[in-house]
Design a protein around this ligand. Structure first.
Ligand SMILES: Cc1cc2nc3c(=O)[nH]c(=O)nc-3n(C[C@H](O)[C@H](O)[C@H](O)COP(=O)(O)O)c2cc1C
Length: 228
């Protein structure tokens, strides 16, 4: 059975564009793939993403050297393992988030730290690292107040030329969407190279166009979900 894992990093504000479009994508996917299993991993849910803090480091050290783990440490490592196993077992991923300061919410970064585990999601070889999650696919659904991807590849080239000549660019560029660049790179590092994008952009910069921006994204979500 194919499993779709929805990784959602949003603090649940009302009228969220990314959550609304993400829900449309998941609902359409479910309707058009009735035999598939859909799991929702809400990174803002109680308890949060298992942390990489001093307790985790100490529990890993003890495990490595065969020292006895406290009950608390055992529970912590069990939680880490459950989240990691769930990620590895999934066939398809939906990442949903708002852009925060040109990046992903910290919870999404923490999730990517949790899932980057040698011999689980990637391995080292004499020719560099190799991703172990091959044959899977992902989609990144992200809302941002301004526009980063509107100009496509040509927009990025124009942005770089302006930068090279010290000309101030009025338009943002995909190169300033560090969150999407990072997520796409991490997925590639894990072996997931088939990554689709659905950006809901510009609703803060063009307030009068908010509904039209949302409607376009909802239509795109329906279309993309059917063939995902
Ligand atoms: C803390 C914070 C940081 C933000 N940083 C950016 C940013 O760097 N670039 C941008 O275009 N929009 C930024 N925004 C605007 C949001 O990305 C935008 O409102 C988006 O629609 C939020 O997603 P949502 O509609 O799903 O809640 C920021 C919003 C917040 C609250």
């Amino acid at each position: 059975m194919t499993t779709l894992l929805v990784i959602q990093a949003h603090p649940h504000t009302a009228q969220s564009l990314s959550l609304t479009v993400g829900k449309q994508f998941v609902d359409t996917y479910q309707a058009t793939h009735p035999d598939d299993k859909v799991l929702i991993r809400d990174l803002y849910a109680a308890g949060g993403v298992p942390p990489l803090n001093d307790q985790t480091m100490e529990a890993w050290r003890k495990q490595k050297f065969g020292e006895e783990l406290s009950m608390e440490e055992q529970a912590l490592l069990k939680r880490h393992a459950e989240w990691l196993d769930e990620f590895i077992a999934a066939d398809k991923y939906v990442f949903i988030n708002p852009m925060y300061n040109h990046f992903l919410p910290a919870e999404m970064k923490q999730y990517l730290d949790l899932t980057a585990v040698a011999h689980k999601t990637f391995k080292y070889t004499s020719n560099g690292s190799v991703g172990l999650l091959t044959g899977k696919k992902a989609i990144h659904i992200q809302a941002a107040g301004s526009e980063y991807h509107k100009g496509g590849k040509w927009g990025t080239i124009k942005f770089l030329i302006k930068k090279a000549f010290g000309i101030k660019s009025k338009q943002s560029s995909a190169l300033m969407d560090l969150g999407d660049l990072y997520l796409t790179n991490m997925l590639k590092f894990y072996g997931v190279t088939d990554v689709e994008k659905l950006f809901i952009e510009g609703a803060d910069a063009h307030r009068d166009q908010r509904q039209a921006i949302l409607d376009n994204a909802l239509t795109a979500a329906k279309t993309m979900a059917k063939t995902f």
